[in-house]
Write a protein that binds this ligand. Structure first.
Ligand code: 5GP
Length: 181
């Protein structure tokens, strides 16, 4: 039996990364490592968090048809390698991709049997509190993320499931239920 592809998207600060990571650990689903042209952040490891490559290398991958989907997010390219997902799906393993909404729509177009899960905070006010609570970003970055969030929320209706992240444990259970159904 073939594995299933799950795509998780949602605004920065919605809690999607935390919840997806916990679910991956519980269900033993390995991370599909994306390629990106953005600069490596402190503490990130090449080949673990992302494959960090140049714009030229990225464009070569586009031309060689190596990418399942890709998008330009906040001025940088991000993409999923076919090589990270195809073998796993063929061998019956489930795959969870945590990608932006543009990539989610492309993925669904290519694989209509994939399941799209949209994550969001209970309200924009809560999202703003969470972004501020991280204490890591400048006011400019927070404002940019809030503006992006409003754009991303327009994609919600194109997703199969919406998880409103009131509480991490509850959202973890909701995502597990979607995967195991
Ligand atoms: P960050 O730079 O914070 O790691 O990620 C920024 C955004 O890029 C997030 O919304 C993340 O989900 C998205 N992203 C990460 N990897 C991919 C990918 O392979 N494809 C697409 N389309 N988006 C990605």
């Amino acid at each position: 039996m073939k594995g299933k592809l799950f795509i998780v998207s949602g605004p920065s600060g919605s809690g999607k990364s935390t919840v997806t990571q916990i679910v991956r650990d519980i269900l033993n689903i390995p991370l599909a490592i994306s390629v990106t042209t953005r600069a490596m952040r402190n503490g990130e490891v090449d080949g673990k968090d992302y494959y960090f490559i140049s714009k030229e290398e990225f464009e070569n991958k586009i031309n060689n048809d190596e990418l399942f989907e890709y998008a330009n997010v906040h001025g940088n390219y991000y993409g999923t390698l076919n090589s990270e997902i195809e073998k796993r799906l063929e061998s019956g393993q489930n795959v969870i991709l945590e990608i932006d909404v543009q990539g989610g729509v492309i993925a669904k177009g290519k694989r209509p049997d994939s399941t799209l899960v949209f994550f969001k905070a209970p309200s924009l006010e809560v999202l703003e509190q969470r972004l501020r609570g991280r204490n890591t970003d400048s006011e400019e970055v927070i404002q940019k993320r809030l503006k992006n969030a409003i754009g991303e929320l327009k994609f919600e209706e194109r997703y199969d499931h919406v998880i409103i992240n009131y509480d991490i444990d509850k959202s973890v259970q909701e995502l597990i239920d979607i995967i195991e159904k």
